[in-house]
Write a protein that binds this ligand. Sequence first.
Ligand code: B12
Ligand code: SF4
Length: 447
Amino acid sequence: MKILLLEPSFYMPDGSLYHNRYHTVVALTLPHLAAYIDNIHSWEHELQIVYDRITSAIPEPGYDLVLISSFHCNGARANELADAYRALETPVVMGGYYPSLSPELALKHCDSVAIGAGEDLIPQILDDAKAKTLKRRYESTNRCPVKDLPMGRWDLIDSASVLPTTYWGVWATRGCTRGCDFCSMTSVYGRFHHKRPVNEVIEELKYRAGRWNHRRFFFVDDNIALDKAYAITLFRSLKDVPSKSILVNIDSEGAGDDEILDSAKEGGVDALYIGFETLHNIEENKGWGSLRQYADVLRKLRTRGIRSIASFMFGFDTDDVGVFRSTLAFVERHRVDVIFPFILTPIPGSALWERLTHKGRLPTIDKLMDDGEIMRGEACSFIPKNMTSKQLNRNYRALLRRFYGPWSIFWRCILHFDIRHPRKALETLVINLHFALLLVGNHTHIM
Ligand code: B12
Ligand code: SF4
């Protein structure tokens, strides 16, 4: 069969489709699924990967099957592309967070939905597609394999869409056992924590560095430091991987642990993407953390020359407009290198979604799906408790503009240029200027 694996782009507030010539991060999803397809049917299919935001997907005939991977933020475009392929009589299967959490909506546009992890669904989907007997729903047991994974089909990524600064996705662990009520990941998969054997992860990265010259890796794990001993072993072993940069998704507790940080430094990890969520209701969500502990995390990263990329969410019931001022003061005082703030976004199927719907504080899902900005966490979708949605949106944008404004960048990146870690300091300046330029162009922080 000729199979297209497709990731839709998303719509911008002005109605245009988001377009980017290069990947900031090449996500794992499509190369990983393509590898499973090859593994099952011994390379008998002709596979193609298309990222709509890089090479606009223009639906054309000739495919036997289209596999769309979609989040909620690109769900509207996913629906549109699915409709277009079905009009060409090409069967379409949709998988990923959007169809997994909102299958009824997705099924209005595609032939089948794949709910949950794709690894155990792909064999059945392929057999049924071949026999032209696709079912409406495929539901995963979510027992993701962790051993002997096939090598991703990275050769299917167009090299013209990649820069020397592009990060390549990798995972060592999957899942998380904490239960944050806004989390889409646990809403789809439930609570678990699967770990790959460390030696397999290291062998994979070494192979990729040699075969495809991958040098910048992004560990997309949901909660890599949940098992501290595992994280330490993994990080230490990374020193055997030829790399220029390693970025790791981590929670604030893991990022505050000296042993974890030392092993990360030893392995060449130079940037941590930390989910701080909020400075107002930290106890309510995770039972760990205080402003002092958070400040400590940032100090530890600075001493080691590891870049801090801090993610926050605004709009919790405990937030009022004061949260923006205090967060800004905090990130500036503690010289956070890069921030990724989001507006709290209730995702269908999450406990937060149920709670707000029950209280009549949310519009319906199809209204939300039309607004990619909302689903990207850049605009408010619900009725906040202690401010209006306009105040939430306005202050969110003001915070971004202030942090990535000339004075803040000058103060953080030039006046406090870290002479002990010049490469990190220079790269941080470039990233800050990049976000500043995006904001001038009225984008928020789309990657
Ligand atoms: C890496 C990552 C990114 C990267 C790359 C994303 C990309 N696609 O280009 C970057 C940093 C650029 C990014 C950006 C964004 N991201 Co992001 N990202 C992730 C992250 C951490 C890992 C994704 C990954 O590689 N997973 C590993 C692969 C193997 O798993 P998977 O993608 O879930 O796929 C499995 C199944 O879903 C299924 N499957 C998926 N598709 C299909 C298709 C078929 C046909 C089948 C059968 C199965 C199937 O099988 C796969 C294997 O098990 C996830 C969190 C997470 N843990 O998943 C968030 C996540 C996907 N991102 C999210 C969001 C919101 C965003 C942004 C909108 C944030 C923003 N405001 O800027 C943007 C949108 C970018 C875009 N391209 O549209 C949300 C999505 C929430 C939702 N329900 O819609 C997540 C879940 C994080 C969260 N907040 O909960 N992201
Ligand atoms: S810590 Fe992160 S991955 Fe774990 S439940 Fe909370 S938001 Fe989800």
